[in-house]
Design a protein around this ligand. Structure first.
Ligand code: SAM
Ligand code: SF4
Length: 365
């Protein structure tokens, strides 16, 4: 079993790595080349999805990960424990659609027992939540994010292309009844598509006591035909809401959360905005991602990951796994969104299609 007292040994590489290792030993955490610790892990439990959202997975078919390549629950738990040794205290299960993974509750039970893990959350499209909310809660899930971009059933079908709005609403209320609190909605805002849904969504959340996180439309993957003029900026989102319901800024949860949070001045709840495009947060990014087939990916916009399934299935010891993960993190220097903004605001411009990226369904949003 992995011990939380162990830390990866220095690689003896260049001076910045050695410096990082010294820093990691001082702080009890491994740090990357920009001094960022590893604290959050997003685990994709499947690349399959029963929706085909235009902003994420617009095609009907993808080169799916073969079943034999998908990590078993034993493998996920072993990797999760290794990440916790390195400093991770928060895990989010995602996908694809995580609730499609058979027996997910068993994995949740196993992860919930890991010492040093403070928070176990899940992001879902909500389609299967009405059936699963109680068993998820009983298994030890702490929190849930449900993606919902509109309250208009017609528009829902246009954006998500499968499933229906009522299923998701039923899921939301079932999650509340099961005691999964807090429940947060995730809404991707696209200009000319659902920017007129911002206020109805805010009012829905105020009425029912849900929190909501608006997400700037991002150029994830290679298929979503992202264009900068489709992005509704954080500034515009905040101005729209503030004009109707005055807001006070709270800031980022624990300083490194992707969302900047605000509370309603009248005490009616809180909202947040994830502004990866217009206000990137690369300098405070503490997130690692594990694909369903065991690749470690250190940036949402990465073009490749580092294989951990090979060592895992090749008989690596716990210490070797910790060392493999730590050495990837210590060499990390990703700051894709910072560079995107620099390109967008310089004369060079930014062409999303020139950058090949891992699909979001594969690496987990
Ligand atoms: C990839 S999904 C996986 C979990 C689950 N299937 C869901 O939809 O919630 C995770 C999150 O990524 C968000 N997302 C997907 N594509 C996006 C894009 N192009 N820009 C911003 N957010 C996106 C989704 O809205 C969702 O909240
Ligand atoms: S956002 Fe979630 S529900 Fe939509 S296609 Fe992507 S993985 Fe599926």
């Amino acid at each position: 079993m992995l011990s939380a007292a162990k830390h990866p040994s220095p690689q003896g590489a260049d001076s910045s790595l050695a410096q990082n290792d010294r820093q990691a030993q001082t702080n009890g955490q491994v740090r990357d080349l920009l001094g960022r610790p590893i604290r959050d892990l997003r685990i994709s439990v499947t690349d399959r999805c029963n929706f085909r959202c235009t902003y994420c997975m617009p095609f009907d078919e993808y080169p799916w990960i073969p079943a034999a390549q998908v990590r078993t629950f034993d493998e996920v738990e072993r990797l999760a424990r290794a990440f916790v040794v390195l400093g991770v205290d928060k895990i989010r299960l995602t996908g694809g659609e995580p609730l499609l993974r058979p027996g997910l509750e068993q994995l949740i039970e196993r992860l919930a027992r890991i010492d040093g893990l403070d928070d176990l959350a899940l992001t879902t499209n909500g389609s299967l939540l009405a059936q699963k909310a109680e068993s998820l809660k009983a298994a030890g899930l702490n929190r849930i994010n449900v993606s919902l971009d509109t309250l208009d059933p017609e528009k829902f079908r246009r954006i998500r292309r499968r499933g229906d709005l009522q299923q998701v609403l039923d899921g939301l209320f079932a999650a509340r009844a099961a005691g999964l609190e807090p429940i947060k909605l995730n809404s991707v805002v696209q200009r000319g598509v659902n920017d007129d849904d911002i206020i109805p969504l805010v009012e829905f959340c105020r009425e029912h006591g849900f929190a909501i996180r608006f997400i700037e439309y991002m150029d994830v993957g290679n298929a979503n035909e992202w264009r900068p003029d489709r992005v509704v900026s954080k500034r515009e989102i905040i101005e729209t809401i503030n004009a109707r319901y005055p807001l006070r800024e709270i800031g980022r949860g624990r300083g490194s959360a992707p969302a900047v949070d605000y509370e309603f001045a009248d005490g009616g709840g809180d909202i947040g905005v994830i502004a990866s495009i217009t206000e990137p947060f690369c300098t405070t990014c503490t997130r690692a991602r594990l694909t369903a087939d065991g690749q470690l990916v250190t940036c949402l916009f990465a073009s490749r990951g580092q294989d951990l399934k090979g060592p895992l299935r090749g008989g690596a010891s716990d210490d070797e796994l910790i060392e493999a993960i730590g050495s990837v993190w210590r060499r990390r220097s990703d700051r894709y969104s910072d560079l995107r903004l620099e390109a967008m605001t310089s004369g060079r411009g930014y062409q999303a299609r020139e950058h090949s990226k891992i699909e979001m369904i594969t690496l987990g949003g």
